[in-house]
Design a protein around this ligand. Structure first.
Ligand code: APR
Length: 240
């Protein structure tokens, strides 16, 4: 199986990796739906929605600063580094991630589509102001836009919000025009990201899932490996 996956990657003109919280699990960042997942402790509708932010921006920011504190000292793992290495091997390679932790860029990946935004970016809820702020502290909560004084919000996609059309279009395009898609560490339940492997399969792409648990797309994949991202990266390296 792994030999076949390595062979297909080595022969691929274009490959894509769709990643979820599971690829960052072994960097020490909690997933959302697993045993100790974030959604076991918090209700997404109370914190990760525009209505929650409207109702209590200070609470939402306290939660995101806490989530930043979970990420700020974490490093990419061999799963992230494998994808950065594949980008140097495959003529065209894209990482399409649902993660907002920024670890793919930290591992050296360049072609990254962040479908759900980035926890280190902030944007104004009114004007177009954006900034990167790699800190888990704030002088004032909730922070205000330095340009127009309106509330600053985390530059992430909340439940009930649309993804950036450009990011989604690019993600669909790359998913449908690649030779191999690796789907690593996602429960494949949140749309529209969860439809990308199906679109790839319908376009004749060889789809490989890497996840210790089965997911709704496991049966549809050409190969579905019951393993973690690090184990997969270590095992695949032997054939690359
Ligand atoms: N390696 C690979 N996968 C793993 C590992 C590991 N070491 N450990 C756990 N997993 C798998 C779990 O089995 C699970 O299927 O990672 C998946 C994580 O699923 P979720 O927690 O649902 O995360 P994700 O799929 O990224 O969620 C999608 O939902 O809450 C929103 O916006 C949030 O981007 C997130 C989206």
């Amino acid at each position: 199986m792994l030999e076949e996956v390595a062979k297909r990657l080595k022969e691929a003109k274009k490959a894509v990796a769709l990643t979820g919280a599971g690829i960052s699990k072994e960097s020490g960042i909690p997933t959302f739906r697993g045993a100790n997942g974030l959604w076991k402790k918090f209700k997404p509708e109370e914190l990760a929605t525009p209505w929650a932010f409207q109702r209590d921006p200070k609470l939402v920011w306290e939660w995101y600063l806490w989530r930043r504190s979970l990420v700020i000292d974490k490093e990419p793992n061999e799963g992230h580094f494998l994808l950065a290495r594949l980008e140097t091997m495959v003529p065209e390679f894209w990482v399409i991630t649902q993660n907002i932790d920024g670890l793919h860029a930290q591992a050296g990946s360049k072609n990254i589509i962040e479908l759900h935004g980035n926890i280190w970016r902030e944007r104004c809820s009114s004007c177009g102001f954006k900034r990167v702020n790699r800190s888990d502290r704030m002088e004032e909560l909730p922070p205000r836009c330095p340009e127009c004084g309106a509330l600053l919000r985390p530059d992430v996609v909340w439940f009930g919000e649309a993804l950036s059309p450009d990011a989604l279009d690019a993600a669909i395009h790359h998913s449908e025009t690649c030779d191999v898609m690796l789907v690593i560490g996602t429960s494949a339940v949140v749309q529209p990201a969860a439809s990308l492997p199906l679109m790839a399969k319908n376009a004749g792409v060889f789809v490989v899932e890497v996840n210790p648990e089965r997911t709704p797309i496991s049966d549809m994949c050409d190969v579905s490996l019951r393993m973690g991202a690090v184990e997969f990266a270590q095992a695949l390296q032997r054939y690359l």
